[in-house]
Design a protein around this ligand. Structure first.
Ligand SMILES: [Zn+2]
Length: 290
C-alpha cells in the first residue's frame, strides 16, 4: 500500500517553480505550480484527511446514470452506434493485437472484462474491494490495492494501463519509471488522469470533484504529466490528448449549481475555444523495439 506521511512541497516537485494557492478560502489545501506551462496541482494531506469522512461512501468512478451530464451530453457529443464502438477502443487505448495487460486504478472494470473477452490476458489491481469482488466473479483476475513493482518481472507486459491512480501516488516519477521497466519492448503504457485544465474545473472551481477525493495527492495538467513522464526517463511518447468520453465534469457536492442552459452554453463555448478541456488526460507511450 502507499505510505502516507505529512511531506509537503513548497516548490513544484516536477519543475521547481514556486507554488501558489489554487483557489480562495474555500479550498485551503490546494496549491498549484506558478509556471503556466506546468500548473501541476498539489493537495495537502490535511485537507484530504478532513474530506476522508465525507468520502467514506465514494466507491469509484463509474458514471452516475441520473447525473445532470448524462441528460445534456447528447447535445455536446455525437453518440451514434459506430462512434460508441470507436469510443470503446479509444477509451482503452490498447494495441490491436491482444497480449498481456496489467491494469491499475479506479477505472471501470467492465473495460477490462471486454479486453479479456477479446483475447487479452489481463491482471487488474483495483483499490475498491466491492468492484474487485464483483469482477473477479465474472472471471477476470483482480487484486485489491496498489502494485508493488518488485513483484513483477521486467519486460513482462504488452500493455500497462494506469487509470485514475497516478493522483494518489507519493512519488509518481519513480512509479512511472518502474512501470516502464515492466513493459516488453514494443509494449505500451497508457496513462489516464484527471485534467487540471478541464471544463469541469472551470465550471465548478473549488468544488470540482477531483480536488475532494481524499486519496489524492496531486492533479496533473497536460504540461505536468508530460514533465512527469520525461522525469521518469520515458522519452518515447506516442500521443497526449484530453477526452470527455470516459469522464464527464463532476462537482462535489454532486448536484450542479448552475442552470442547465448556462452550463450548456459555457460547455459549448469552452469546447470550441479549447478542445483540450476534456476531463481526462490520456498519455500513450510506446516502447521501441530494439
Ligand atoms: Zn511545475
Amino acid at each position: 500500500m502507499v505510505k502516507r506521511n505529512s511531506t509537503f512541497f513548497s516548490k513544484c516537485p516536477l519543475c521547481g517553480y514556486a507554488l501558489q494557492p489554487l483557489h480562495s478560502e474555500e479550498c485551503k489545501g490546494c496549491f498549484h505550480c506558478s509556471r503556466k506551462i506546468c500548473g501541476h496541482v498539489l493537495l495537502k494531506q490535511q485537507e484530504q484527511d478532513r474530506n476522508r469522512e465525507l468520502f467514506s461512501d465514494f466507491p469509484d468512478y463509474r458514471q452516475n446514470s441520473v447525473s445532470f451530464w448524462e441528460k445534456i451530453k447528447d447535445s455536446l457529443w455525437n453518440d451514434t452506434e459506430e462512434s460508441k464502438i470507436r469510443k470503446f477502443w479509444e477509451e482503452l487505448f490498447l494495441p490491436e493485437t491482444p497480449g498481456t495487460l496489467l491494469e491499475i486504478g479506479y477505472g471501470d472494470l467492465s473495460w477490462v472484462l471486454q479486453a479479456y473477452q477479446r483475447g487479452w490476458t489481463t491482471e487488474s489491481i483495483h483499490p475498491n474491494p466491492a468492484s474487485a469482488k464483483e469482477y473477479e466473479a465474472k472471471g477476470i483476475r483482480v487484486q485489491q490495492g496498489i502494485p508493488e513493482w518488485e513483484n513483477y518481472i521486467d519486460e513482462s507486459f504488452d500493455a500497462i494501463v494506469i487509470r485514475w491512480a497516478l493522483e494518489e501516488i507519493e512519488n509518481p516519477v519513480f512509479y512511472l519509471n518502474q512501470a516502464w521497466k515492466k513493459l516488453k519492448q514494443g509494449g505500451r503504457l497508457v496513462l489516464i488522469a484527471w485534467n487540471e485544465n478541464s471544463l469541469g474545473h472551470e465550471l465548478y472551481g473549488s468544488k470540482w470533484l477531483p480536488l475532494h477525493v481524499p486519496q489524492y495527492r496531486q492533479i496533473f495538467s497536460m504540461g505536468s504529466l508530460h514533465r512527469c513522464v520525461a522525469n521518469a526517463g520515458i522519452r518515447e511518447k506516442l500521443t497526449l490528448f484530453s477526452t470527455s468520453s470516459g469522464q464527464l465534469p463532476q462537482a462535489f457536492p454532486v448536484e450542479p449549481f448552475h442552470s442547465q442552459s448556462d452550463m450548456e452554453k459555457t460547455a459549448q463555448k469552452r469546447l470550441k475555444e479549447a478542445p483540450l478541456s476534456g476531463e481526462a488526460l490520456v498519455l500513450i507511450c510506446q516502447k521501441t523495439k530494439k
